[in-house]
Design a binder for this molecule. Sequence first.
Ligand SMILES: N[C@@H]1[C@@H](O)[C@H](O)[C@@H](COP(=O)(O)O)O[C@@H]1O
Length: 249
Amino acid sequence: MDVIRVQNEQEMSEKAASLLFQQIQQKPHTVLGLATGGTPKGTYRVFVQKAEKENIDLSHVTTFNLDEYVGLLPSDTHSYHYYMDEHFFQPLRLDKEQTYLPRGDAPDIEQETKRYEQLITQHGGMDVQLLGIGENGHIGFNEPGTSFSSRTHVVDLNESTRQANARYFESLQAVPKQAVTMGIATIMGSRQIVLLASGERKQEAMKRLLEGDIDESFPASILKKHPYVTIIADKKALSLVSYKDMVRG
Ligand SMILES: N[C@@H]1[C@@H](O)[C@H](O)[C@@H](COP(=O)(O)O)O[C@@H]1O
C-alpha cells in the first residue's frame, strides 16, 4: 500500500481528484467505483470544479457506487442516490445510463444484489475504487466479521455504524437498519483502490489498518493483499501511526 500523508482534508481532496482525472485521461472509458459519506465530498467538489473549468469529457465514464440503504427511495434526501446526484452526477451532467447504485427500494432485495454484481461484471469491473473507512474498519457497508470472499449482499448495520451515520438523519431511529453493499471480494476486484481518511475520528482505524493483522474482524485490512492501493490521509488521521517509513508526503 502506498500511503500519501497530506496536511489536511483540502489537500487530500485535491490529490484524490487528480488521481481520478489522470485515470480518465489515460482511459476515457474508465469505470469508477464511488463512495459516499463525509470524506469524499471534497474530492467530488474539486473534481466538479476542474471538470467544468477544463471542459473534460466524461461521456465514456461509468460509475458504480459501493452501497445504498435498504428501504430508501432514490428521491429520499438521505439516500446515497440523492447524495450522488447532488454532489457528482447532476453537477457533471452525467446520464442515468452511466451511473449505477444498488436500489435500496427494490422489491426483491436479494435479487437486486445479484443484478448489481452482474452489472459490475458486465462492465469489466472497476478501474479505480474510491473508499472511505468506517471507524470500525468497515469499507462500503461491510461490517467487521464479513467474509473476505463476499460479493454484493444485504447487511445488518452495526449499532456503532448507525450512530456514526445518525448525524445525517433527524434521529438515530431514522437511520435504516440494513444496506446493500458491494462485497469485499467485489471491492478487491477493482484494478486500483484509493482509500481516503481525514480527521482524528479515523486515527484508530488508520493505525489498525497500517499496523494490524489481516483479519475479517477489521474489513479494511484485506487491502494489504491488493497490489495497487493508494491511501491518501491527512496528518490527523495518521497521528497514531508509528510506521513513519511507510508514509510519504
Ligand atoms: N457506507 C459509508 C462508507 O462508505 C463510508 O466510508 C463510511 C465513513 O463515512 P465518513 O466518510 O462520513 O466518515 O460511512 C458509511 O458507512
